[in-house]
Design a protein around this ligand. Structure first.
Ligand code: NAD
Ligand code: MG
Length: 385
């Protein structure tokens, strides 16, 4: 029996993780499940998995959670600190699937426990980069990438010979607007932006895929996870989402991982690693797919990609500011306060307006995140005015 905790259990990745765990009840024991405020889904999942505890980050949801869990053995708790306490319960395997920098403290709490952390929550690693990697090294934790591209790279990468890696090729679907006429992009609605052609995901990452900021965040994520320089990381638009990423070696060999667009495959890889486990879902039928297309990304259509590349190359606090401003801008877009094209403009302006020094502690990262959010929010108000 492996003890597991799922941070962000009510989301898209959290739900796929629970689906796998529930199919193998004799192999996994659930310690904690957490969510922001989706009490009904959290309580249902806690009952089905007989979780030891269920936590909502939003304290106002506590009475409802306590009611929903009455008569069960699952303990209810609430508040951001309680989410971190859940991450510290000592699970052998923790899924970090909270969306945004809100997941940073809980993921750090889990990493400090020195066990295995399966990371979907890319914003945490983008913001805290070196601070998180330092905590992982200090505690001896194992960090396993769940993001499909990074999981693909992890499967193809020869970690024993980093000097033999030539390039990492991150594939990107290009999102729903890869073929939209440029003049039509200003009028894109939240409904259009969250309707991803290949993957079913939470709203925030779906908008990030539409702007390609998602791939920008993934460039930074890859830099932290793998032993390569920024110049060795490239993005390739691949509309079928069959090749999940590739590693090219100095001898000209390029290794790829392929599969259907189902997050249960990379999640299962992290859940069973270094073993493998069966997953449900369709198998890849390459004859039915027929063709695979690849193209360089369009820098005019996707300015977010260049912003992320610059933040990666500059390092220091830039990735944390990029991420915080993007979270604010995406939330404002989803609330119909700003237009689709203003997302990248808000991020760019926030990066111009704020340039603090390199954060060396978690508190310093969180302070930069908070200040960048404040500045980005001011910029959103300018758009609205
Ligand atoms: P989602 O919106 O579906 O779920 C987010 C989860 O986080 C929910 O359980 C929610 O309750 C919780 N949450 C939100 N705000 C919180 C807060 N302030 N405090 C505590 N918990 C909070 O998101 P998702 O699509 O599952 O994505 C989760 C993470 O995984 C993101 O970082 C995303 O970039 C990454 N990711 C997702 C996919 C995918 O296919 N969905 C693929 C790769 C990476
Ligand atoms: Mg991805």
């Amino acid at each position: 029996m492996k003890t597991v905790t799922v941070l962000g259990a009510t989301g898209s990745v959290g739900g796929s993780t629970l689906d796998l765990i529930e199919r193998a009840p004799d192999q996994f024991e659930v310690l904690a499940l957490t969510a922001n405020c989706d009490v009904a889904r959290l309580a249902e999942a806690a009952k089905r998995t007989r979780a030891k505890c269920a936590v909502v980050a939003d304290e106002s949801c506590y009475p409802a959670l306590k009611d929903a869990l009455a008569g069960t053995d699952t303990e209810a708790a609430a508040g951001a600190a309680a989410v971190c306490d859940a991450a510290r319960m000592g699970a052998e395997w923790t899924m970090g699937a909270i969306v945004g920098c809100a997941g940073l403290k809980p993921v750090m709490a889990a990493a400090e426990g020195g066990r295995t952390v399966a990371l979907a929550n890319k914003e945490a690693l983008v913001s805290a980069g070196n601070v998180m990697l330092h905590a992982v090294r200090e505690s001896g934790a194992t960090l396993l990438p769940v993001d499909s591209e990074h999981n693909a790279i992890f499967q193809c990468l020869d970690f024993a010979r980093p000097e033999r890696i030539a390039r990492i090729l991150l594939t990107a679907s290009g999102g729903p607007f890869r073929d939209t006429p440029l003049e039509a992009m200003a009028a894109i609605t939240p409904e259009q932006a969250v309707a991803h052609p290949n993957w079913s995901m939470g709203a925030k990452i779906s908008v990030d895929s539409a702007t390609m900021m998602n791939k920008g965040l993934e460039l930074i994520e890859a830099f932290h996870l793998f032993p390569v320089a920024p110049s060795q990381l490239e993005v390739l638009v691949h509309r079928q989402s069959v090749v999940h990423s590739m590693v090219e070696y100095v001898d000209g060999s390029t290794l790829a991982q392929l599969g259907t667009a189902d997050m249960r495959t990379p999640i299962a890889h992290a859940l069973a690693w270094p073993d493998r486990m069966p997953t449900p879902g369709a198998r890849l039928d390459l004859a039915a797919v027929g063709r695979l297309d690849f193209a360089a990304p369009d820098p005019v259509r996707f300015p977010a990609l260049a912003l992320a590349r610059q933040a990666l190359e500059a390092g220091g606090a830039r990735p944390a500011i990029l991420n915080a401003a993007n979270e604010v801008a995406v939330a404002a877009f989803l609330a119909r306060r700003v237009s689709f094209l203003e997302i990248a403009a808000i991020v760019a302006d926030t990066l111009v307006r704020y340039d603090p020094s390199d954060p060396e502690t978690l508190d310093a990262v969180l302070a930069i995140d908070a200040e960048a959010r404040r500045i980005a929010e001011e910029r959103v108000k300018d758009c609205v005015a």
